[in-house]
Design a protein around this ligand. Structure first.
Ligand SMILES: Nc1nc2c(ncn2[C@@H]2O[C@H](COP(=O)(O)OP(=O)(O)OP(=O)(O)O)[C@@H](O)[C@H]2O)c(=O)[nH]1
Ligand SMILES: [Mg+2]
Length: 352
């Protein structure tokens, strides 16, 4: 199957609710500063392929459960870490910096007797510009769709339930994450009691998403709350968003890891080309958009060293994710004030 076919299938199979793996609108070229600089990296061979056949949907036994589980909370509380832990796959990007996740990311947890569609979301926060508004829309949409809402918090945070969580129609759980950081376990009970006193949650579950403590117990509480019904997606699928979405996310993650201060936040990644080539590795061309020429200079680095390092790092992770070797070409271009511009955000695939 070609990448185009796979992406069409990944993005096109209409789920009962939510998500369609939208492509950015290429007709709306964001303004730049002349030709972008291009950098390429050689690839290494990685064996194996993760290709699956979407048509193989087995018959559903009686009592099968399927539903959407929204994972929401403030930035950096561990939503993506929990998503990956429950999926047992590294699907969502994770960094130690807040506001890493910018779009709703679907992960499909398939197990005997149920399919839980996990919705990892951007952090709930006070929006400062258009990009934040778009991120909040993604999180709120997930809440509308959810059968179960996991509201993640860290220890010792102020007890405050956002209206969007309070008003969501799903079954609400308070998930106290990062309990590995709490040295005196006696401190947990008062924290959980304070959250319980809000009267919003039907379960309160302490976990460590990082270490995997409490996460199977959490799943055991989630599954009975999913409605009975057939699976929404083929039961051998992990994700429905197109491969190019995850490729862009991996590049963004590596930027968050490798660059400091405002650079990760002023950066967006679009995958402009992604195709198979007869007798050669898949070709991927991604553009890294920044807001100012000074940021472009930092990303490129002296003699292109920074972007070469980024390209090699990202290519390795992309190959691991896709299970096949790729040729990655990175370009950097300046799109002034893109975080505040609805036209640029649309071009980058955010919905208005
Ligand atoms: N100690 C500890 N750290 C954790 C735990 N879960 C997540 N982290 C760390 O917290 C940081 C943020 O994790 P993410 O999963 O990216 O958090 P997020 O809520 O998805 O963040 P945004 O996407 O930015 O909103 C990372 O450094 C994680 O390793 C945990 O249970 N214990
Ligand atoms: Mg995240």
């Amino acid at each position: 199957m070609s990448i185009e076919e796979r992406d069409r299938r990944d993005g096109g199979g209409e789920p009962r609710k939510c998500e369609n793996g939208e492509e950015p609108d290429r007709r709306e070229e964001a303004s730049g500063s002349g030709e972008p600089d291009q950098f390429t990296t050689e690839s290494v061979t990685v064996e194996g392929s993760s290709e699956t056949d979407a048509s193989q949907v087995p018959t559903v036994p009686p009592g099968f459960r399927c539903g959407f589980v929204a994972i929401v909370g403030e930035p950096n509380v561990g939503k993506s870490t929990l998503t990956n832990r429950l999926l047992r796959e590294r699907l969502s990007i994770v960094t130690d910096k807040p506001q890493t996740t910018r779009r709703k990311t679907l992960g499909i947890l398939n197990a005997e007797g149920y399919q839980a569609v996990l919705l990892d979301t951007p952090g709930l926060m006070a929006p400062r510009y258009e990009l934040h508004q778009a991120m909040l829309r993604e999180a709120r949409e997930a809440l509308v769709d959810a059968d179960v809402v996991l509201f993640l918090v860290e220890p010792d945070t102020r007890v405050d339930v956002p209206a969007a969580v309070r008003e969501s129609g799903g079954r609400r759980f308070l998930v106290l994450n990062k309990v590995d950081l709490v040295t005196r376990k006696d401190d947990l009970l008062p924290m959980l009691t304070a959250w319980n006193d809000t009267g919003v949650f039907e379960e309160l579950v302490p976990i460590s998403a990082l270490e995997g403590h409490g996460t199977s117990a959490l799943l055991d509480l989630i599954v009975p709350r999913l409605p009975e019904g057939p699976p929404f997606y083929p039961v051998d699928e992990l994700a429905i968003q197109p491969e190019r979405f995850f490729v862009g996310e991996i590049i963004r993650e590596r930027i968050f890891e490798r660059f400091e201060k405002e650079i990760p936040y002023a950066t967006e990644v679009t995958v402009e080309e992604f195709h198979e080539r007869p007798g050669a590795k898949d070709y991927i061309e991604a553009w890294i958009h920044v807001e100012q020429p000074s940021q472009k200079a930092i990303l490129i680095g002296a003699d292109g060293a920074a972007i070469r390092g980024l390209g090699e790092d990202a290519r390795g992770m992309i190959e691991e994710f896709l299970g096949r070797p790729v040729y990655l070409s990175l370009r950097v271009r300046v799109t002034p004030k893109w975080r505040k511009r609805p036209d640029a955000l649309r071009r980058f695939g955010y919905r208005g």
